[in-house]
Every structure is written in structure tokens, then in C-alpha cells.
Design a protein around this ligand. Structure first.
Ligand SMILES: [Cu+2]
Length: 488
């Protein structure tokens, strides 16, 4: 057996293979996009079908909502730089780990191989080491908003809670719909932080871990309550990533309906208009706002949502649990402000591109997964979160679907808290109460406290070992993750 460090070195050397490292694209276009993103962020965009990016994960001190904050950041930015590519592009992403601890990267939502130098969450990239990720985005990959964050089991919540998250946009057909192309686009990564007096991130208490930590400082694109302009008669395209460790957002925009055009895995087939949306950890949203008002400012609100709390050990939860997460007063995530008027009156598109083939019910009975929790006894007492009664073990194969097969998965939540379950590599279609699959590709599914949820998935293209897990990242670190080995 080679040790992990040698393995990383070996793969790194093989992957770099003497290719010269090129700098990020800093063209005028990139600068323009940089302003459009508004997160103070750098942008790495494909050139000649090749996206080359250089990310340095580092501990850094930045100003966050007027406070000094000692965080972990990619290239010193929170959120990290935006990555932008198209289906068919090759990606070469060098990660330089300047953190004081090991890390790695997960390409959340991308349909790429789960092994080697692609979406391999089993890699350990030690402090001071470098690793070069290399993969090709499949030609038929949907356009959408994906994201990058560390995924080293046991450290995920700590590293993400300190700011490590970066949006990854795949451009495609949806971006060419005239109304969408004409809209002003704003990508907003939602994050929350709990900062101590010295600017360091506060270590979570045991109840924080049980519930999943939430920070009281909520930022959108690294800013507390950014102002986003909209033109009267124009369209604003808000693209959101929930990069919070545990926080659910119940989104509502004052006096404006939200027109959803895309979710996790890409565009919907038709626009879905709603007044509010529950937005769970790991999820993405692509929403159009019509500038139907004459002027003024309107708040994008986060409304309270009770995602459940620990009520175990004969009611000790109340004693140990502190306030129920997510039930604080409404807060403002961003402010939409009218500035100017569009020459032409725009409204949301009538139709959206692309077919979403509904996955048929498979012949085999569904795979069922029981979500559970308990106390870890023995040495150090603590919480344990489980799938089928077991904590995560990367060396155990928990399910082994065939490449090319369609499966139906059912989650049964035996706990008093909601769990947003995420499957890597292959997107799925959520099966509704009527038994039919949603016409949308997603990669996170809400399994409500005491409830059930199901999806259909096709294990396409790639063999290899990956994972499914709760995207309340504290729950993942405390065991609510299982391996999935796709086999030819
Ligand atoms: Cu959970």
C-alpha cells in the first residue's frame, strides 16, 4: 500500500505531465463578468474549450459585513472565484492546499467520473501539497449552476463553514433564450458564519453539531444584504447556491413572484412561478424576476422554517438543544432596487429549451435507506448519524448499482429533523406523491422529519466508487454518508 501523500504526489505528477501552467483568463470580458458577479470575485473562463484554473485554499483575514473575519478561502476570496465552462470542455484545475490541514474538492452536481483526478472525494491533499484535477465535461452535459467545495470526511463542515465554496457555471442552451440572454445575471452564493470577537469562526457546541451549525451572519455573494439593481420592464436573473453548512432558506421577494427557470441540474422544461421557495443546503436555483414595478426597493427575505430539532434521550433535546434552528425572525438576504428603465419591455419566456425524458419505473423494487441518529457510547460520548443504522465507512460498499441501470431510491427518515440528501455524479428525478417523476434534474432531495422521499436515477457512463450523504454537513461528518459503487 502506498500512503495517501505518495498517492497524491503520484497522481499529481502523472496528471501535470510536463504541461505548462497557464494563467487565468484576464480579458476585458472577464473583467466585465467580474463586475457582474459582484462578489469581488475572480472568474476563470474556458478558452478554446479548455478551462484552466488555479485555486489556492488558504487561511486568510478578510472584511466581511464590516467585520474582520479569519476564514478559509480560495484565492483569498469568499465565496471563491467563479469557474465557467461549456459542455465538452476540458477542465484542468490545480488546487494548492495552503490550509493548515488536509482537504480536497467535490464538484457538486457535475456528471464526471468519481475517481482519479475528477470528482474523487476519497483524495487526501495534505497541508502544503498540490493536486491537479483533470476531467472533461461530457458533450451532453446540461447547462446549469454547480459548485465546488471541500469534501474530506470529518472536515467538511468545518472547512465549508469557514468559507470554502465556489460557483461553477456550465453555459449552454438556456443562456441563449432571448429573454434570459437579455436579463442581467447575478450569481449569489449564500453562506452563513458565526464569528467570535477576534474574527475567528466560533467552534460549534454539541447541540450545534447535532442540529447542524448555523451562523448568525448571513451573506449573499460575500456581502450582508447586497443591493442588486433591476430595470423597470427588465429581467433580473438570480442564480443562487445554498453553500451554507446547514441553513435552510425560505425565500420570498417582496411584491414580486419568483419565476423558476432552473434547479440543481439545469433548466426546467417550463417556467414555474411561485411566491416563496424552500431552498435547502447544496441546492441551486435559477430564477427570473420581472421589473414590473415603477421603482423602489424590495427585500429578498429569508423566512423562518422549522427543520426540526433533536428530541431524543427522553426529551433531553430541549435541554441540550438550545433554540430550534431556522426559527429566528425573518431576515433580509439582499435588496432589489429599481435603477433605470429597459428600452424594451421583457417578460419571462414562454418556453424553455431542452427535453427532460422522464425516467421509467425500474423493474426491480426500490432501494430503501433508513436515516437514523443515536448516541455514540464508549470513549467520547457524541452524536451519531446513520444510514441503515451504520456510520460512514469509506472501505465498505453500501450499494453497488450497475452502470446504465435505472433505480428508484426511497429514503425513510426516522429522526425528528429534516435531512437534505445528496447523491454525487448522477442527477435524479424526484418522484412525487402521484408516483410520477418531476421533469427536472436535481441532486439534493428533502427528506422531512419522520417522512419519506423518493427519486429515480440512471447510473450513466461512469463506473467507480462515490457517495450519497446528508448535506447538513455536520451530519455528514458525524456519519450520515454511504458509499455507492457503480459497476460495469
Ligand atoms: Cu442530516
Amino acid at each position: 500500500m502506498i500512503d495517501r501523500r505518495q498517492f497524491v504526489r503520484a497522481v499529481t505528477t502523472a496528471a501535470v505531465g510536463g504541461l505548462a501552467w497557464t494563467c487565468s483568463d484576464r480579458t476585458a470580458e472577464a473583467t466585465a463578468r467580474r463586475r457582474a458577479v459582484g462578489s469581488g470575485g475572480e472568474v476563470f473562463r474556458s478558452v478554446d474549450s479548455h478551462l484552466t484554473a488555479d485555486l489556492r485554499a488558504m487561511e486568510t483575514e478578510i472584511s466581511l459585513a464590516g467585520r474582520r473575519a479569519r476564514l478559509f478561502a480560495f484565492n483569498g476570496q469568499v465565496p471563491g472565484p467563479m469557474l465557467e465552462a461549456r459542455a465538452g470542455d476540458q477542465v484542468t484545475l490545480r488546487l494548492d492546499n495552503a490550509l493548515p490541514e488536509a482537504t480536497n474538492l467535490h464538484f457538486h452536481g457535475l456528471h464526471i467520473p468519481p475517481s482519479g483526478a475528477a470528482d474523487n472525494i476519497f483524495l487526501h491533499i495534505e497541508a502544503g501539497e498540490e493536486f491537479t484535477y483533470r476531467f472533461t465535461i461530457p458533450q451532453n452535459h446540461p447547462a446549469g449552476l454547480f459548485w465546488v467545495h471541500p469534501h474530506l470526511h470529518g472536515s467538511v463542515a468545518r472547512q465549508v463553514s469557514r468559507g470554502l465554496a465556489a460557483p461553477f457555471v456550465i453555459r449552454g442552451e438556456i443562456d441563449t433564450v432571448p429573454e434570459i440572454a437579455a436579463a442581467s445575471e447575478r450569481i449569489l452564493v449564500l453562506q452563513d458564519f458565526e464569528l467570535g470577537a477576534n474574527g475567528s469562526v466560533v467552534e460549534p457546541s454539541m447541540p450545534d453539531l447535532m442540529h447542524g451549525r448555523e451562523g448568525s451572519l448571513v451573506t449573499a455573494g460575500g456581502i450582508a444584504n447586497p443591493v442588486i439593481s433591476i430595470l423597470q420592464n427588465g429581467l433580473l436573473r438570480l442564480r443562487l447556491v445554498n453553500a451554507s453548512v446547514s441553513r435552510f432558506y425560505r425565500l420570498k421577494l417582496e411584491e414580486h413572484p419568483l419565476h423558476i427557470v432552473g434547479v440543481d441540474g439545469g433548466a426546467l422544461r417550463s417556467v414555474r412561478t411561485v411566491d416563496e421557495i424552500l431552498f435547502i443546503p447544496g441546492e441551486r436555483l435559477d430564477v427570473l424576476v420581472e421589473g414590473t414595478r415603477a421603482g423602489g426597493s424590495f427585500r429578498l427575505l429569508n423566512l423562518p422554517y422549522d427543520r426540526g430539532a433533536m428530541e431524543m434521550m427522553g426529551g433531553m433535546g430541549g435541554m441540550m438543544g438550545g433554540p430550534r434552528p431556522g426559527t429566528d425572525a425573518p431576515s433580509t438576504l439582499a435588496t432589489i432596487e429599481y435603477r433605470g428603465r429597459s428600452e424594451r419591455a421583457w417578460s419571462v419566456p414562454v418556453s424553455l429549451p431542452g427535453e427532460i425524458e422522464p425516467l421509467p419505473a425500474p423493474a426491480l423494487p426500490p432501494r430503501r435507506f433508513q436515516l437514523g441518529q443515536g448516541m455514540r457510547m464508549g470513549g467520547g460520548m457524541g452524536m451519531s448519524f446513520t444510514i441503515d443504522g451504520r456510520e460512514f465507512d469509506g472501505n465498505r460498499i453500501d450499494s453497488a448499482p450497475r452502470v446504465g441501470s435505472i433505480e428508484e431510491w426511497v429514503y425513510i427518515n426516522n429522526t425528528p429533523m429534516d435531512h437534505p440528501m445528496h447523491l454525487h455524479i448522477n442527477p435524479f428525478q424526484i418522484v412525487g406523491a402521484d408516483g410520477s417523476p418531476e421533469q427536472a434534474w436535481r441532486d439534493v432531495i428533502l427528506v422531512r422529519a419522520g417522512g419519506e422521499a423518493r427519486f429515480r436515477v440512471r447510473f450513466d457512463d461512469f463506473a467507480g466508487k462515490t457517495v450519497q450523504h446528508c448535506h447538513i454537513l455536520d451530519h455528514e461528518d458525524l456519519g450520515m454518508m454511504a458509499t455507492v459503487e457503480m459497476r460495469n
